[in-house]
Design a protein around this ligand. Structure first.
Ligand code: T6T
Length: 324
């Protein structure tokens, strides 16, 4: 015979199982708001998110703006909040400007998880500050990525000369950290001068003309670090247009399909591929875990795959090239 207390705990257990079965019967709607819609990085993230949503029987809604800008992202976020999804995954386009708009989601009882970029300091659930309310941050280690880029570019230029960072704009957590990681690591190379950062507003054409302008002012320019997909693509195009392929060395963050040709032709030395599908997959899984009553880590770090001439043809490496 079971004691009364054992019966009670058994009953609680059965109720908990029934409760979780009920929770799992619900078809959750999870919204993913990218930095912008027309970027192979976020297109690949969406694929990973779709795969996870399929695995748990959730519906994924992918809604974003056509450019990387808080002015266009906030109205999209407001529209998503109005539809009351069960959770929001978002890549905030500015560390500060998305705090209040996202607070509205949290206040409406919608759990918020940030993917790729963060708000505030990116350290969440601390009980401190005005931006700790997201449940989790799922992303690459962007400081490390910047340091990897610095070491690669230093090696490519023979540890001496002039280089610069082609970047998007200040205020974006990812690209700010990549630049910081790059500059901190470059301090280990006293014979390398890091020139002023050129901000291109996520416009590859602007990045290409800036490369030519920097080269016009510095005929001894040795290298450039493109801190995201469009910065890298544009800087590489600028090098090619200036007829400096292989002379001005390029290290790229991100790995769109064009990177294969650019690496094979020697225009780009190396690309640091993030794992956006992994970010999307674990974003959805974290939301689902939370929605079904499980605790989740406040931070999940995803990895990199460094692609260069020696491994670009390897299918275990090529699988990290982004989807178009
Ligand atoms: O590099 C990615 C992303 O990590 C960053 O936050 C913004 O730019 C990209 O989307 C590439 O364009």
């Amino acid at each position: 015979f079971l004691k009364a207390s054992a019966v009670a705990s058994l009953a609680t257990g059965v109720a908990a199982i029934a409760g979780s079965a009920k929770a799992q019967d619900k078809k959750f709607t999870i919204a993913l708001i990218p930095g912008l819609t027309t970027d192979a990085f976020y297109i690949t993230m969406r694929k990973g998110a779709e795969a996870a949503a399929k695995a748990v029987g959730a519906t994924l809604v992918f809604q974003g703006a056509p450019d990387f800008n808080p002015v266009t992202q906030v109205p999209v976020l407001d529209a998503v909040i109005a539809k009351k999804p069960d959770a929001i995954l978002i890549a905030p386009t500015d560390k500060d400007q998305l705090i209040q708009p996202l607070k509205k989601a949290a206040d409406a009882g919608i759990p918020v998880i940030t993917v790729d970029t963060f708000i505030g300091t990116g350290v969440y659930q601390t009980g401190k500050g005005d931006a700790d309310f997201p449940l989790a941050y799922i992303a690459s280690d962007n400081l490390l990525g910047g340091a990897i880029a610095a070491r690669a570019l230093a090696k490519a230029v023979g540890e001496k000369g002039k280089v610069y960072v082609s970047n998007v704009k200040p205020g974006i957590s990812t690209t700010d950290q990549r630049e910081q990681g790059f500059k901190d690591e470059m301090k280990k190379y006293p014979n390398i001068t890091v020139l002023d950062t050129q901000y291109n507003d996520d416009d590859a054409n602007k990045a290409a003309s800036q490369l030519q302008a920097v080269y016009a002012r510095n005929s001894d320019l040795d290298g450039v670090f493109g801190a995201n997909l469009f910065s890298a693509l544009g800087a590489a195009n600028g090098v090619q247009q200036a007829g400096q392929t292989g002379k001005i060395r390029v290290v790229a963050f991100d790995a769109p399909t064009t990177i294969v040709d650019n690496i094979n032709s020697g225009l780009v030395d190396l690309a640091i591929a993030q794992h956006p599908a992994e970010i999307g997959y674990f974003g959805v899984m974290a939301a689902y875990a939370h929605l079904t009553g499980n605790s989740i880590p406040t931070a999940i770090g995803t990895g990199f795959t460094v692609i260069d001439k020696s491994n670009v043809a390897d299918k275990n490496v090529a699988k990290f090239i982004y989807s178009d």
